[in-house]
Design a protein around this ligand. Structure first.
Ligand SMILES: Nc1nc2c(ncn2[C@@H]2O[C@H](COP(=O)(O)OP(=O)(O)OP(=O)(O)O)[C@@H](O)[C@H]2O)c(=O)[nH]1
Ligand SMILES: [Mg+2]
Length: 427
C-alpha cells in the first residue's frame, strides 16, 4: 500500500535580520569621520508554493523543521548586509495551512499559489541612521530582529468536485472505476479503500470534473470511528456528493437507515456538509431491490430534494445516468469551497498592548522611552517619508505612548530619545 500522509505538523522559522553596523569613516587628516555603519540584511521568509504533481505530504514525515537563512550583518562604508534567502516549501494543491496552537486557518493553498507563512526579521539599522544634530557620533546601531516562528499544521483537503460517500462495500470504488480511468482496488471486504483516490470524469466537449473515491464511513465516523474521520476533511471542499448505497441490503442492512447514518455522520463532522447537494445512487440493482424499500427512499429523497438513481456499477448499468445528472447539477453549483484565512499574526495586536509595555525614564537631560515593541516598531518607520512619520505619530498617540510620557513628567521642549531617535518634545 502506498504510504499516504495527508496531515502533518511542522516547525517553521524565518531568518533573523542582520545587525546594523557601528562604524565611522576613516579619512586622511580627520580624527573621526561621520558614521558609516550599514544596515543588516533582512532574514529570509518561509514561503509556501503549490506543486501540482504532488498529492501527499509524505516528504514531511522526516523533515519537520524548516529554517530560512539569516540576513548578514551590515558593515562599514555603508555596506548593506546581504538579505537571507527565502526558504520555499512546495505542497500539494489543496493544502490548508493552520496555526497549530489555535487551529486557525492561516491560508488555503487553493486560493493562491504562494504564501509567506513566516516573515524574516528586518535587518537592524546601521549607525548612519542615528546621527542627529545633538548626537554627531552615534556609537550604537540596532540589532536585527528575530524572524517569525511557529508550529503549523499542513492538511490536504482534496480539490474534488464530487465526493463519493457511503458505507463500506457499497460499491464506491466500483463506481469510480466505471466512471473514470481511476482503478482503485475493489473487494468484498470492508475498508478496501484506505486512502482517497481521485478520478477525472470525462464529459463530451473536452469538459470534465474531478471525483474522489473515499474510504467507507461508518456509524461514529464523525467522531473518529473507523477510517472515516481521517478522510471526512477531504469532502469538505466537494461541491456535490454522490452517495452510494447498497440498495439490495446485501449485507443484511436497511438501505434507508444506511442513508440516514451517513448523513448523521456528515452533520456531526461539519453541519455545513449536510446542506451540500447529494445524488443518491442506489447500487447493486442486479441483486434485486425490495420495492417497499425503494419507495421509502424515493419519499426521503423528495423531501430532501435529492435526485435518486438506481444502478448496477458492477454491470456498468445506469452509471452514465448518474454521471450526466452530476455534470448538469455541477453547472448550477458554486465553485469549490475555499477556506478563509482566520489567523491574525501577533504583529497586528502590537499597537493595542503597546501602552502597557512602554517605560519612560529620565537620565540627565534626556527622557528615554523604551519598550520591546517600540524597538521593533521604530525600525519599520522611514523618517524621511511623510506618510510614515504621520503613521508613527498616530501610533504614539493611540497606543498611549504620549500619555505615558506626560504622566512621567515630560514637558514641552524636553529632549526625548526613542531608541536613538532623538527629538525635542512638542505638545
Ligand atoms: N452484485 C453487485 N456487486 C457489486 C456492485 N458494485 C460493487 N459490488 C461488489 O461489492 C463489493 C465492494 O465493492 P467496492 O467497490 O470495493 O466497495 P467500496 O464502497 O469501495 O468499499 P470500501 O472501499 O471498503 O468502502 C465488491 O465485491 C464488488 O464487486 C454491483 O452493482 N452489484
Ligand atoms: Mg472502496
Amino acid at each position: 500500500m502506498a504510504l499516504f500522509v495527508d496531515k502533518t505538523d511542522i516547525f517553521i522559522k524565518a531568518g533573523k535580520g542582520g545587525n546594523g553596523a557601528v562604524s565611522f569613516r576613516r579619512e586622511k587628516y580627520v580624527a573621526k569621520g561621520g558614521p558609516d555603519g550599514g544596515d543588516g540584511g533582512h532574514g529570509g521568509n518561509i514561503v509556501f508554493t503549490v506543486d501540482e504533481g504532488e498529492d501527499t505530504l509524505v516528504r514531511f514525515r522526516y523533515a519537520r523543521k524548516f529554517i530560512a537563512e539569516n540576513g548578514e550583518d551590515g558593515r562599514g562604508k555603508r555596506f548593506h548586509g546581504k538579505n537571507g534567502e527565502d526558504l520555499v516549501i512546495p505542497v500539494p494543491p489543496g493544502t490548508v495551512i493552520r496555526d497549530k496552537q489555535t487551529g486557525l486557518v492561516m491560508f488555503d493553498m487553493s486560493r493562491d499559489k504562494r504564501f509567506i507563512a513566516a516573515k524574516g526579521g528586518r535587518g537592524g539599522w546601521g549607525n548612519t541612521h542615528f546621527a542627529t544634530p545633538t548626537r554627531q557620533i552615534p556609537r550604537f546601531a540596532n540589532p536585527g530582529l528575530p524572524g517569525e516562528e511557529r508550529e503549523i499544521t499542513l492538511e490536504i483537503k482534496m480539490l474534488a468536485d464530487v465526493g463519493l460517500i457511503g458505507l463500506p462495500s457499497v460499491g464506491k470504488s466500483t463506481f469510480i472505476s466505471r466512471a473514470s480511468a481511476a482503478k482503485p482496488k475493489v473487494a468484498a471486504y470492508h475498508f478496501t479503500t484506505l486512502s482517497p483516490v481521485l478520478g477525472v470524469v470525462r464529459l463530451p466537449g473536452e469538459r470534465h470534473f474531478v471525483m474522489a473515491d473515499l474510504p467507507g464511513l461508518i456509524e461514529g465516523a464523525g467522531e473518529g470511528a473507523g477510517l472515516g474521520f481521517e478522510f471526512l476533511r477531504h469532502v469538505q471542499r466537494c461541491r456535490l456528493f454522490i452517495h452510494v448505497v447498497d440498495g439490495a441490503g446485501s449485507e443484511g442492512r436497511d438501505p434507508a437507515e444506511d442513508i440516514r447514518t451517513i448523513n448523521r455522520e456528515l452533520e456531526r463532522y461539519d453541519p455545513a456538509l449536510l446542506s451540500r447537494p447529494q445524488i443518491i445512487a442506489l447500487n447493486k440493482e442486479d441483486l434485486g431491490f425490495d420495492p417497499g424499500v425503494v419507495e421509502e427512499i424515493r419519499k426521503m429523497c423528495e423531501e430532501k430534494g435529492w435526485q435518486l438513481f438506481t444502478l448496477s456499477a458492477q454491470n456498468n448499468d445506469g452509471v452514465q445516468r448518474v454521471i450526466d445528472a452530476a455534470a448538469s447539477l455541477l453547472e448550477t453549483l458554486p465553485a469549490l469551497v475555499e477556506f478563509e484565512p482566520e489567523f491574525i499574526p501577533e504583529e497586528k495586536h502590537e499597537e493595542k498592548v503597546a501602552a502597557q509595555r512602554t517605560t519612560v525614564t529620565q537620565e540627565g537631560d534626556t527622557w528615554f522611552v523604551e519598550g520591546e515593541w517600540l524597538a521593533q516598531f521604530i525600525q519599520k518607520i522611514n523618517f524621511s517619508d511623510r506618510d510614515d512619520v504621520r503613521f508613527f505619530q498616530r501610533v504614539m498617540r493611540e497606543a498611549g505612548v504620549e500619555d505615558a510620557m506626560r504622566n512621567a513628567g515630560v514637558k514641552d521642549g524636553d529632549t526625548v530619545n526613542i531608541y536613538g531617535l532623538e527629538f525635542d518634545y512638542v505638545y
